[in-house]
Design a protein around this ligand. Structure first.
Ligand code: SF4
Length: 99
C-alpha cells in the first residue's frame, strides 16, 4: 500500500515504520490485530492504531508497573488505570506522549 503520494513523506514514514518496528517484540503473533509487527508499525505511523494495542508490550509495561509499585494491590492498579483512562477520554488529562 502506498504510504504517501509525496516521495519524501513516504521515505520519512518508512524510516519511522522501521524505527518503531525495531522497538516491537518481533513475535508476529497477531494479537494486536496486525499480521506482523512490521504491519503494526505501519498502522501506528498511519494513525490507524496506538502502540498500546501490542499486548506483549502492554503486558511487559504492566509487570514493570507492578514491580515499581510492589505495595499496590492489583485492584488499586486497575482503579488507577481506569481513572487515567477516564480522564483521557473526557479530555481532562493529556494522554501519555510515549504511547
Ligand atoms: S501484538 Fe505486538 S508482538 Fe504481536 S504482532 Fe502485534 S506488535 Fe507484534
Amino acid at each position: 500500500m502506498l504510504l504517501s503520494d509525496d516521495r519524501n513523506e513516504a521515505m520519512r514514514m518508512m524510516a519511522e515504520i522501521e524505527s518503531i518496528a525495531s522497538d516491537l517484540p518481533g513475535l508476529d503473533c497477531g494479537s494486536c490485530g496486525a499480521p506482523t509487527c512490521m504491519a503494526f508499525a505501519e498502522d501506528i505511523v498511519k494513525n490507524e492504531t496506538n502502540a498500546d494495542e501490542c499486548t506483549v508490550i502492554m503486558r511487559e509495561m504492566f509487570h514493570e508497573y507492578l514491580e515499581r509499585h510492589k505495595d499496590t494491590t492489583l485492584a488499586d492498579a486497575f482503579r488507577e488505570f481506569r481513572g487515567r483512562s477516564a480522564k483521557e477520554k473526557d479530555g481532562s488529562s493529556e494522554p501519555d506522549a510515549s504511547k
